[in-house]
Design a protein around this ligand. Structure first.
Ligand SMILES: [Cu+2]
Length: 590
């Protein structure tokens, strides 16, 4: 790309990752077939304030396509994090605001570049904006999130790397206590929490050992564990990506998913205070959970026999960066899978459950996300996201309680917020032609077939169009969604399928018509089902950073395409049917 002469010296390599081949090519691939490896490159050319999407053939060292993408902002890079902090700390207006709060040692400030979002024409993505928030430490190792600089918002243009505006809404005293978490700090009376005796010492050793080694094999990125087969990919945006997930049965591998990944996530805050109401991070699309993956060599919490996979991303200059041990693979005991006691004979049978875990952890500023894909011995699988790290905080004056921000320490509060995750599943259950049914339980009406009033019955409805296939969880009816392959029947002549089980968590709590509701439309329903379209991969659109909203799932589904269909989302997960074949009435009966 540099040799092409089309890049200025200020070009920022935002992303370099695998340009995935067409599904048809992957499914038809046989070992030894010729294959061209391609890279997708996302560039921000700061000098001309333009974003490019480029596809490159690595084997042929050729540019295959070069697209200018006007009016969008690519995600914020780690290089920009550091540059932005340095630059803000040198700004006279920011320094004056800090002095007003009694802070003179600027080296102890932490400046986090929060994505700017979109709150009116001034946030137009023609400019590359972030709203930087400031915290202050007492020394280099102190947890600065315990001392937010309330009321101070610094608007930065990342293209020009300049401060555009310093908003100073009001001085609020710095919280008085430390918020550290090391063993030594806990015993300090100035710390919240304060634990005079230090950490508990009432646990004895628990060892998890697999002296014969683990029960899985890795061939390159293909995992084999018991009957499971999974290819493990990784992108800077999504982190772990699962490809061609299948399960061996009677000597053949039965496909389950063609591809699965996190498709977007958003963290909207519910506090209207000036420093907080625009906190609405799309941590995947605006930052990248793959880019920010932990190097688990530095601290991994998996126990047992562990294997790791490295991930390769790029820095701002397009140079490869190896995230060593970004993905952790291990087996773990998971209690019992099944048990029965025959009370007449005293015969007891127990099956222990062991699950396989593919995990990675991303640090986004103050917050950590642990992503765990689980595979079980009964053929089920799950995605769990663990939320940890440190809350985003605000300072509050004494007695200044807020319904939006519960107090967590003297002078310190944590604004309420949601974390909404959207996974995209491209199912291929026993083949690519799948459909989705909503299943739930109904109390039956009184009548001849329900004479005693005790009757209830499961019901199933096939989701026929995209707009009716925007669904919400309903635990009172045990609502779930079944992806089935109508052409393949089980022993009782029912179509084979997988059931998607939603968890009962709220969808987006912000009001309809709010800025964030427009930008995070995907989070307004638990499930979306759409026809397969490889370009429709990111739930809030390809470029959510500073996007004013409407892109992604709401835009695609507005056409109300026929989906016997299928791409759907559940519990903020959506999945898609695995076929690019349009399904006309003629083919439907097959
Ligand atoms: Cu949180």
């Amino acid at each position: 790309m540099r040799e092409s002469g089309r890049l200025g010296g200020e070009a920022l390599f935002v992303r370099v990752f695998l340009h995935e081949p067409a599904k048809s090519a992957v499914l038809a691939f046989r070992a030894g077939d010729p294959f061209e490896r391609q890279a997708f490159v996302l560039i921000r050319d700061r000098r001309v304030r333009t974003t490019y999407e480029v596809i490159v053939s690595i084997a042929r060292r050729a540019i295959l396509s070069w697209k200018d993408v006007p009016g969008v902002q690519p995600p914020i890079t780690f290089d920009e994090f550091l540059e932005c902090e340095r630059m803000v700390k040198a700004d006279p207006a920011w320094r004056a605001a800090m002095k007003k709060r009694g802070v003179t040692d600027f080296s102890l400030a932490m400046v986090d570049p929060w994505s700017a979002g979109y709150y009116g024409p001034a946030d137009d993505p023609a400019r590359r904006l972030v709203r930087a928030l400031t915290w202050i430490r007492t020394d280099e190792l102190d947890n600065g999130y315990a001392r937010p600089i309330e009321g101070l918002v610094t608007l930065v243009d990342l293209d020009g790397m300049e401060v555009l505006e310093v908003e100073d809404h009001a001085v609020v005293p710095l919280p008085t206590h430390d918020g550290n978490y090391t063993a030594a700090a806990l015993a300090n009376p100035r710390n919240v929490p304060h634990v005079p005796d230090g950490p508990r010492a009432d646990l004895r050793r628990l060892e998890i050992a697999q002296p014969e080694g683990p029960s899985f094999e890795l061939a390159g990125h293909e995992l084999r564990w018991q009957k499971w087969r999974v290819r493990i990919g990784f992108t800077p945006r999504e982190g772990v990506v699962l490809h061609t997930v299948g399960y061996e049965d009677g000597g053949r591998v039965r496909p389950i998913l063609y591809r699965a990944s996190l498709a977007e996530m958003v963290v909207p805050y519910g506090d209207p205070a000036p420093t907080h109401w625009r906190k609405n991070a799309f941590d995947e699309g605006e930052y990248g959970v793959g880019m920010l993956a932990n190097r688990l060599e530095l601290g991994c919490d998996c126990l047992g026999e562990i294997r790791y996979l490295d991930a390769v991303v790029s820095d701002g200059h397009g140079e490869p960066v190896i995230l060593e041990k970004a993905v952790c693979l291990h087996e773990e005991d998971f209690g019992i899978l099944w048990k029965h006691t025959n009370f007449r004979t005293g015969q007891v049978e127990v099956r222990r459950s062991r699950r396989f875990v593919i995990s990675s952890i991303a640090t986004v500023g103050n917050y950590e996300y642990g992503f765990y894909w689980y595979f079980y011995q009964d053929g089920s699988m799950a995605l769990e996201v663990k939320l940890t790290g440190i809350m985003s905080t605000r300072a509050v004056a004494a007695g200044d309680g807020s319904p939006h921000s519960p107090a967590i320490a003297p002078g310190l509060a944590a604004p309420v917020h949601q974390h909404l995750f959207c996974a995209r599943l491209d199912p291929a259950i026993d083949g690519p032609m799948n459909e989705v049914h909503e299943v739930e339980v109904e109390t039956m009406a009184a009548g001849a077939d329900n004479p005693w009033g005790n009757g209830f019955t499961p019901s199933a409805t096939r989701l026929e169009r995209e707009l009716e296939a925007r669904r919400d969880a309903d635990p009172a009816r045990s609502r779930a969604w079944k992806i089935v392959n109508p052409a393949v029947r089980n022993a009782v002549d029912e179509p084979v399928g997988y059931k998607l089980l939603p968890s009962a968590t709220p969808t987006l709590l912000a009001r309809e018509g709010s800025f964030i509701a427009d930008r995070a439309g995907f989070a307004t329903h638990n499930l979306w089902v759409t026809p397969y379209e490889p370009s429709e991969r990111r739930a809030a659109g390809d470029h959510p950073n500073q996007h004013k909203g409407g892109d992604g799932l709401p835009r695609w589904t507005a056409a109300d395409r026929s989906p016997v269909l299928l791409e759907f989302r559940i519990a903020n997960v959506y999945a898609e049917r695995g076929s690019s074949q349009p399904r006309g009435p003629g083919s439907r009966k097959e």
